[in-house]
Design a protein around this ligand. Structure first.
Ligand code: NAP
Length: 540
């Protein structure tokens, strides 16, 4: 109905922090409410108390912008859907490496075309990347996007090869022998590291490792997370820092109704942490967290500011002209002052702190605190802490046999076409964080993947891609010879059902955190007969 802004022809589309619904254009049909896969749109009459601030923000958006936004602008698609030109020698076959949002949106875009075959390779036995291992467990509505991904994976032409690692079980060249193109959507699996003295002491870690730990990622089950002290400091104030601070300060009984890993829940029940400090090196107006996440934080947690930081907020408010930043500053200006809060702490609180440039982590063997320089001055400040987490962003990792831009930590590309210098690498494409760097939301990957698929299909139509040298049925045989423990869609369904059953009445699921447990659950899936396997291979 063209009531949701920014629309594709408006500034900020696909990058905006939140959407606004035009009260004049909206006819309350409710279609967007039921269509949104992450439950991000709700009728104003059914908002929870935590969501009420959005009513005012939405209302304020329209009068201020009257005349600036075209209220009835024509909805223009970002890109036209790709049109594959059919050929006599078999369908377009694409391998997608990775199974997070960018991978799933790319597969879905390709499968809008009749006959296309998409094979998705994932190194874990469970798919969906950061939606499973990165989205915080108290954000269950965001995790609901997996239902959409499940539906995408059930389409004809889509095949999962889970528990198969490209670079270990199969090479890029192997994939190209079986496909016209290989599209890497492997995300940014590493963390940016803070290069200061003391990082590496016991009690230091990255926020993203802690996120993976409380989400039950098999590689992070053993992360030493010691919560037997009063304070945790997080360096950096992006949305990941807010996720970690929220989980560390939320009532464990509330978390017990989510899919948080049992080991994390047990540790949080014993936690002695009373305060989590989120320390940013710049000022309040430059906060990296987004407005919706700040609203989520302040409406569910006790969040305070030091008096000096409150002054910085007021100073920024006096000069800030960007309306979205002003909204953030207005929320910050209403926070309680940390010093005035003399009541005994009944639950852990979060302190937002500004203009603190990390200099060194303190301690002998184990963390006792962190020293900051007060940005723009020669002064220093020390904060005592038993744990220091850096949350300064993710970082992409080089992919075997592809070029890599080490400075930007992405695979060099033009619109998703991998480039070696200025020359496109035949048959190689990227989407998601390995293409554009670690920014944006789940939905940002939809337009990002669409652009890549558009270019891939154009290359196919123009005859720029090599033909696979093997028949479709040969792929399954190759994969099983290299990785007998490959998990297919039936195996995944068995893992999913077992996790949901473990969750019982009160929890959405209790995840398996070990690969062996996942494979044991997958092995309970009914085995396809040789005939069924052959038929599936032929369809591939
Ligand atoms: P981010 O948003 O890029 O924030 C990084 C933070 O680290 C910034 O505060 C940055 O400060 C700081 N930083 C960088 N280098 C530093 C240094 N050397 N010393 C001190 N501070 C430093 O990263 P993120 O939190 O990892 O998030 C990654 C992406 O995922 C973002 O797009 C985020 O919105 C998204 N995400 C979204 C959600 C959600 O929607 N719920 C949840 C999680 C993540 P400066 O600004 O001063 O550089």
């Amino acid at each position: 109905m063209n009531c949701i802004h920014p629309s594709p022809d408006e500034p900020g589309f696909a990058t905006a922090e939140m959407l606004y619904i035009d009260p004049d254009a909206c006819v309350d049909c409710g279609a967007c409410v039921s269509a949104c896969p992450v439950g991000a749109i709700a009728p104003d009459s059914r908002l929870t108390e935590n969501q009420l601030p959005f009513i005012e923000l939405n209302a304020a958006f329209y009068p201020k912008r009257a005349g600036k936004l075209p209220p009835t602008s024509k909805l223009a698609p970002v890109l036209e859907a790709p049109k594959v030109h059919p050929r006599g020698d078999g369908p377009l076959r694409v391998a997608i490496v990775g199974s997070g949002p960018a991978a799933m949106y790319a597969a879905d875009e390709l499968l809008t075309q009749r006959g296309v075959r998409v094979n998705v390779f994932e190194k874990l036995p469970t798919p969906y990347g950061l939606v499973r291992a990165g989205v915080a467990p108290d954000h269950q509505s965001t995790k609901r996007v997996t239902r959409l991904f499940d539906r995408m994976a059930q389409q004809s032409g889509f095949t999962f090869f889970l528990n198969v690692e490209i670079g270990k079980h199969l090479t890029h060249a192997d994939l190209l022998e079986h496909h016209h193109a290989v599209l890497y959507a492997v995300g940014a699996p590493n963390d940016r590291r803070l290069d200061i003295d003391g990082m590496g002491l016991t009690g230091t870690a990255t926020a993203t490792e802690v996120v993976a730990w409380f989400n039950g990622h098999p590689d992070y089950v053993g992360l030493p997370v010691d919560l037997s002290h009063e304070r945790v400091v997080i360096v950096g104030n992006g949305n990941v820092a807010l996720d970690v601070a929220r989980v560390l300060t939320t009532d464990p009984d509330a978390l017990a109704r989510t899919d948080i890993a049992d080991h994390a829940l047990a540790a949080l029940r014993q936690s002695k942490v009373q305060e989590v400090v989120i320390a940013a090196r710049r000022g309040p107006a430059q906060s990296a967290f987004t407005l919706p996440e700040l609203i989520g934080l302040t409406s569910t947690c006790d969040v305070v500011l030091d008096a000096a930081d409150h002054d910085l907020v007021i100073r920024d408010l006096a000069t800030e002209t960007d309306p979205l930043t002003r909204n953030k500053l207005e929320i910050l200006s209403k926070l309680d002052a940390a010093e005035a809060d003399s009541t005994p702490i009944t639950r852990p609180r979060i302190r937002l702190a500004y203009r603190l440039t990390p200099q060194r982590v303190l301690g002998q063997g184990t963390v006792t605190g962190i020293q900051f320089g007060i940005t723009g001055t020669g002064e220093t400040r020390t904060i005592d802490a038993g744990m220091v987490l850096t949350s300064i962003g993710y970082r992409g990792k080089a992919i075997a046999d592809l070029p890599f831009d080490d400075a930007a930590a992405v695979v060099p590309n033009a619109g998703g076409r991998v480039l070696d210098g200025d020359v496109p690498v035949r048959g190689a494409y990227v989407a998601g964080w390995i293409k554009r760097g670690p920014t944006g939301f789940i939905g940002t990957n939809k337009s990002c993947a669409a652009e890549t698929v558009h270019n891939l299909v154009e290359d196919y139509n123009r005859g720029r891609l090599g033909d696979p040298v093997h028949k479709p049925a040969a792929l399954d045989k190759l994969v099983r010879s290299r990785q007998p423990a490959v998990v297919d869609a039936a195996g995944l369904k068995a893992i999913d059902a077992a996790e949901i059953a473990r969750g019982g009445e009160d929890r959405p699921r209790v995840k398996f955190t070990g690969i062996d447990e996942m494979l044991a659950a997958a092995a309970t899936a009914p085995k396809p007969t040789v005939g069924q396997r052959l038929m599936a291979g032929l369809r591939r």
